[in-house]
Design a protein around this ligand. Structure first.
Ligand code: ZN
Length: 433
C-alpha cells in the first residue's frame, strides 16, 4: 500500500516541492548555524543563489567529523526549547554525535517510517516485533512510531536475548520482524538449536536495516525462513530509519525525497556524478528543523534510478548499498569492498553467513585472509573435503577480486555474533587504507 500520496507525484511536482523546501532549509541554516554560514561565505554562496534543485551542488559538503567537532549543539538550527528529543549515534571512538528533533521533526520521522512499513506490506493485521535497540540509538524508536502509525501491533522487544525473541514470536504470533540482516541469520541458528522450525512461526515479512545487505544474503534469509525480505535505509545524522525503503518489487529502495534530497558524488573528488552513476550518496535534509544537514556525505556507495517503479511509486530509488567508501580497501592496488567478498561466500555451499576479513602486511605486501565458518563441524575431519572447499572459495574470490586470498575455515559458532553492526573487517596492516 502507498501510505502517502507524495510517493507517487510527478517529477516536476516533486522538484517544485524540493526547491521550495531546499530554499527554506538554506535560509534557515544561514540564519541560525554559523558553521554553515561560514562555509557558504568561504565558497561565495548565498541563499538567493539556490534557484533550482541542482543548485544544491553549490553548497558545502558536510562530514561526520563536522558533527563531532560541533558537539553537542553546534549544528542545531532550533533553540533547546523547541527540541523534544535527542538521539545519539553509537560512536566507537570518542564522543558520539548528537541529533535533536523538534515536534515537527518527530511527525515527519513517523510518517517516513510509516511509508517504510506500509511499503513492506505491514498493516493493521500485523504483529511487528522490533529487535532493534531502543535508547539513544534511533533504530528502535523510529520503526516503532512508523509501525504503530500504520495500525499494526508493536512488540518492542528491543535487541538481544534471542531465546526471548523467539518465545515472543511463537506466543504472540509475530508476523513482521525489524532487525539487522545478520541478526536474523543468527536467529535462524538459535531456532535450529532450540528445535524451532519456520513452520512454528507466523513470520511473514522482515524489515531489515542498520547494515548492508547483499542479494545473496537475502536469498539465504528467504531460503531459511521463507519470508519476504525488505530492506530499508537510514542513519542517525539524517533522522534514523526512514530515509529510504523497499517496496515488494525488491528493486531498489525508494527515497523519501520530499524530505531527503539525494546526490551521488565521486568519493575522491567530491564532484557530482551524472544520473545512474555509482558513487557516494550525499543527502540534504529538506524539512529538518532541529539539525538540518547540508550535503551530508554518507560514505555509502550506491546509485540512483529515477524510473517510476512497478509498484506505482515515483520517488527515486537507490540501489542496495554496495559498500562504504571508507570500507573500500585497496589491496595490492585493487579496490575491494567487503560486500564483494560476502557475495562470493554466499554462493559456496557448506559455509555459514558469518565471516571476517583480515588484512595484514607480509614481506611488505598486503595479504588478505578470509575467515569463514563451516555449517557442519564434522567437515573439519576430512582433510580432502576441506582442501577442495578452500580451493573453491579461493577460485571464486580470484574471479571477482582479481587477487589471491588465504581462506581459513572455522568451526561453526566461532566468530562473534552481535545484534548491531558486525565488525567484519580487521585491518592489521602497517599502513592505513
Ligand atoms: Zn516500488
Amino acid at each position: 500500500m502507498i501510505w502517502n500520496p507524495v510517493e507517487k507525484i510527478s517529477r516536476s511536482e516533486m522538484e517544485a516541492l524540493q526547491l521550495s523546501r531546499l530554499q527554506q532549509t538554506v535560509a534557515r541554516v544561514w540564519e541560525n548555524v554559523p558553521f554553515y554560514r561560514n562555509k557558504m561565505e568561504t565558497l561565495g554562496v548565498r541563499p538567493e543563489h539556490i534557484k533550482s534543485v541542482k543548485d544544491v551542488s553549490l553548497l558545502p559538503l558536510t562530514v561526520k567529523n563536522d558533527l563531532r567537532d560541533n558537539y553537542p549543539y553546534g549544528l542545531f538550527a532550533s533553540p533547546q526549547r523547541s527540541i523534544v528529543r535527542f538521539h545519539a549515534s553509537s560512536g566507537t571512538t570518542g564522543k558520539p554525535i548528537v541529533v535533536g528533533y523538534t515536534r515537527n521533526d518527530m511527525e515527519v520521522w513517523t510518517d517516513c517510517c510509516a511509508r517504510v512499513a506500509s511499503a513492506a506490506g505491514i498493516g493493521q493485521d500485523d504483529i511487528c516485533q522490533i529487535a532493534f535497540g531502543y535508547g539513544m540509538f534511533t533504530g528502535g524508536f523510529g520503526m516503532h512510531y512508523g509501525i504503530e502509525r500504520v495500525g499494526a501491533t508493536v512488540v518492542p522487544a528491543s535487541s538481544g536475548n534471542s531465546e526471548r525473541q523467539l518465545m515472543f514470536m511463537q506466543d504472540f504470533g509475530t508476523t513482521g520482524l525489524v532487525a539487522t540482516p545478520s541478526y536474523i541469520l543468527h536467529l535462524t541458528e538459535v531456532m535450529k538449536e532450540m528445535g524451532i522450525s519456520p513452520d512454528d512461526l507466523k513470520l511473514r515479512v522482515g524489515l531489515f536495516g542498520g547494515e548492508g545487505h547483499t542479494s545473496e544474503m537475502r536469498e539465504l534469509i528467504e531460503k531459511r525462513l521463507g519470508i519476504i525480505d525488505t530492506q530499508n535505509y537510514g542513519m542517525t545524522e539524517l533522522c534514523g530509519p526512514g530515509v529510504s525503503y523497499e517496496c515488494l518489487e525488491n528493486s531498489g529502495m525508494h527515497i523519501n525525497e520530499d524530505h531527503f534530497l539525494p546526490e551521488i558524488i565521486d568519493p575522491e573528488t567530491g564532484e557530482v556524478l551524472p544520473e545512474g552513476a555509482q558513487g557516494e550518496l550525499v543527502f540534504t535534509t529538506l524539512t529538518k528543523e532541529g539539525i538540518p544537514m547540508i550535503r551530508y556525505r554518507t560514505k555509502d556507495i550506491s546509485q540512483l534510478n529515477y524510473e517510476p517503479c512497478a509498484c506505482g511509486r515515483t520517488n527515486v530509488r537507490m540501489s542496495l548499498v554496495r559498500g562504504r567508501s571508507d570500507d573500500m580497501m585497496v589491496i595490492r592496488g585493487v579496490n575491494v569492498f567487503p560486500s564483494q567478498i560476502e557475495a562470493v561466500l554466499m554462493t559456496v555451499c557448506g559455509i555459514g553467513p558469518h565471516y571476517q576479513i583480515i588484512v595484514t602486511t607480509e614481506h611488505f605486501m598486503d595479504r588478505l585472509e578470509i575467515r569463514v565458518e563451516l555449517t557442519d563441524g564434522e567437515r573439519l575431519e576430512s582433510y580432502a573435503g576441506l582442501e577442495s572447499l578452500i580451493k573453491e572459495i579461493r577460485q571464486k574470490l580470484r574471479v571477482v577480486l582479481q587477487i589471491d586470498a588465504r581462506v581459513t575455515l572455522l568451526n561453526p559458532q566461532t566468530l562473534e555474533r552481535t545484534a548491531g553492526k558486525s565488525k567484519r573487517v580487521i585491518n592489521k596492516r602497517d599502513k592505513c587504507f
